[in-house]
Structure formats: structure tokens, C-alpha cells
Design a protein around this ligand. Sequence first.
Ligand code: BES
Ligand code: MN
Ligand code: ZN
Length: 494
Amino acid sequence: MQIEFVAPDSAFAANTAVAALVFADKAMSQAAQDLDRASEGALGRAVAASRFTGAKGQSLEVSAPHGLGIGRVILMGGGPRAEFNAKAAEQIAASAYAAVKASGLEALAIDLAEWPVEVAAQAGLGVRLAAYRFDRYRTTEKPDKKPSVTKVQLVVSDPDKATDAYDPLSTLSDAVYFARDLISEPANILYPEEFARRVKRLEALGLEVEILGEKEMAALGMGSLLGVGQGSIRESQLAVIQWKGAADPAAQPLAFVGKGVCFDTGGISIKPADGMEDMKWDMGGAAAVAGLMHALAGRKAKVNVVGILGLVENMPGGNAQRPGDIVTSMSGKTIEVINTDAEGRLVLADALWYCQQRFQPKFMVDLATLTGAIIIALGHDYAGLFSNNDDLSDKLLAASKASGEGLWRLPIPASYEKQIESMAADIKNVGGRPGGSITAALFLQHFVNGLPWAHLDIAGTAWKKPSSDATIPDGATGFGVQLLDRFVADHYEA
Ligand code: BES
Ligand code: MN
Ligand code: ZN
């Protein structure tokens, strides 16, 4: 997909769709008025003959209007003009692309010449995100099902300035693509070692990547993480990614930790067959952290950041851990494994402990597809936020608002600790159905050693099928990359 910024006087080929804004109460943008005049009023008549009012999210397509010599006009509802902004442009541009991507037309031009170049640049990001496609394994797809639009032209007042404004957003979208690719890969291809190899390749961007295998983790005492992976023939891995962008490479880093369960069968507490294939994306937290590191390196962020990924496969088998097993975590705390399907927290327990011991970061933020309960609580548009620190929470919530990736804070009351008390060990790995996402967060809190910490339960947001957001084609969302890039940029860079 080629995205370019062009000047207002550009001519468009016959195989092009041209999109122009119409604001609330049918207020045509300059671009829409120009098209209407050139088509001798065809657009105005089309609007009059429909229910299109210019409300946000509406669109009206007019095929081959007389006098224009182009394939199609798309009138995009922009809502009230005074409320139109970059975020709205991102959504609208993504919707316009989605509407024509498989139409047979080859190009889409979106006229934003009336708006600041930053608005057009954000529209470019919307298109790029909407154009994501995971088609590596499709060898027989019918040509008429494939996207036909290969070029998107954004009409702007100053193409050079707009290109400069788009540049960092293009870099950010590369990172989102990287995360989406990891999430989309099936588990026979992307197992822990393969995930680690792909992360290792990020060294080309200037990141430092270390991979710990089972031997190294055993020496560190990571009995909790290793217990999850022991039923799999695939070796568990811990990836440690460092970005040293601060003036002082030894300055205290920020830390992000991801759950990377490359496939979650549930283990001996095996999941039902129906929908189990979805558990290939149980590494969405690790993918988001890897994507964030990609984004930070891509824009040479002036800050030190550590990313830790706990990579395992949760399988049943002769050597799998059993319900009732007691494992000793790196922290020394013993854990009774009541349900082998509550494995994410076991992986994170050691990853979090290792992270704070080795790096003493300013804070730790973990991302994990941790509980089905968070989907019941919040659905697919908000991830759960749990934290022991109000300041950290507020900053994450602000970045959520700015990025459009939803977060909603939930409590972690000490009174619920009772639910994860074990009869035989220091703690147990499940707390029953009431507040299932909360007791999972409380469990994690035992392994943060008092550091400022936030946990994002992204079980509902890592994947959408079907998607309700044009910037997210059905499937992997890459949730967390944009949110955390924004969070780091707004608060921690010199
Ligand atoms: N990976 C799942 C959580 C999940 C469920 C993510 C559905 C996305 C969609 C996690 O490992 C899990 O199995 N959690 C259990 C915990 C329970 C056994 C306490 C769950 O949520 O049912
Ligand atoms: Mn599980
Ligand atoms: Zn899981």
C-alpha cells in the first residue's frame, strides 16, 4: 500500500475514488462543493435522495458521476465541523479506505486540503492501519476478493510538510504491523523460540536483545514460568529487550512485561474444543511489548526502556504440570497450581520478579491476555487497568484517551486476597469466579515487590472478530502499541 501526499490541483485517474468531507447538516467541505460543481450538481442530488446528513460515520458513495472522469465519489460524514480533528480524520480515512479497498478501483484520493497537515498525516495513519492484512498463507485467494486499491493519495495544502508529519506515524504503524503479524501467526509457526528469533531481529533497529532458555531460567529459580512450559516439547524462552535512548545509558529504565503464551490449551485443565484456536493469540501482551520496543527504537525515543517477554506454550502431556502441583517462583514464594489454565499469571510472576530484581525500573507495566472475565466485564473496546499507583494509572488513562485505545480502571481490594489463599502453599493461582480479573491482578501484585506497577488485561482487546473499528481489520489489533508509545512520549522523554 502506497500512501502519498499530493497538492490540491492534482488530476485523478479514471480508476480512482475521491473522498470528500461533508459536515453535519449537509455542510459540504470545499472539496465536496468543487466536486459537486464539476458534476453539475450530481452530488447534491445524491445527498437529497438519501438519508445522508454528514453525521459522523455516515458515508454516501456515488459511482462515476457525470463530468468528473473518476470512478467514484465518497462523501464522508464528518459530524459537526467544529468538532472535527486529527482523530476523526484517522477514523474517516480508514472507513473510506475500507469502503473501496476491494471495489476494483485502484486508487483512493482523500481531500483534506482545508485542514492542517497534521490532520492529513493522522488520516494517513488511519489508512495504513486499515490496510493491514495477514495473507501469508493464502495461496488460492480469488483475485476479486483481494484488495484492489494499491495507492492512497491524501490531498493537502503542503505535500512536503504533510509527508514530514506522516513520517513518525508511518514508523509507528510499522511497529503495530510487527505486533499484528506476531499475533496473527499460528502456533505451529510461532512457538517460543521462533518468537524469540523474530524479536532478536529487532537488533537491526538498535535494540539489545538477550534470550534466556530453560537452563538459564532454571538457574535463576523460575519454577513458576517453567512449570507452565514443561508439558510442551517447545522450549520456554525469556526475551529481554533493551532500548537505551536516554543521554545516560545507565539512567533508570521504564519496564514493560508481556505474557507470551504462544498457545494456551489450558494444559491438563484443558479448555473445551470450541474456540480453542483463538488461544494462538494468547501472546498478545508479549507482541504489544515487542511492538512498543520497535516503535521506541524506530523513533529513537530519548528514554531507557526494558521489555521482558515470557514465552511459553501451555500443553498437556506426560510431563505437564498437574492441578495441585506446588511450584517455587523466583521470588521464593510457593504457588499451588489449582488450575493449569490460569497459566499467564504463573509466567508473569517470574517475569515481573526478574524484571524488578535485575533492572530496578521506575515502574513496571505488564500486558496480558489474562482472563476471560475481563471480556465479560468490559467487552472488546476497553482493556482492564489494575494498579497500585494512582499517578501511573492517571498517566496511562490519559494516554488511552489520546491514542483511542480504551482502558478502564478496576480496583484491587486487599479484602479479595482471601480468595487466593492456599491451604498448602504461600498462594494459589485461582480465586474462583467472583472478580476473576481482580484476583488475577492481586496474584500478580505479589510479584512486583512494591514497585509502582500497572497491569493491563487485554484479553478482550488483543483481537477483534468482527472488528468495530475501521483502523483494525478483523483479527489482531496490536492493542497497546499506540497507547504505550504515547504514554512514554508524553511523560518520560527528556
Ligand atoms: N488465556 C486465557 C484467558 C483468555 C480467555 C483470553 C479468553 C482470551 C479469551 C487464560 O490463560 C485463562 O485461561 N484464564 C482462565 C483463568 C481461570 C482458569 C481462573 C479464564 O479466564 O477462564
Ligand atoms: Mn489459560
Ligand atoms: Zn492464557
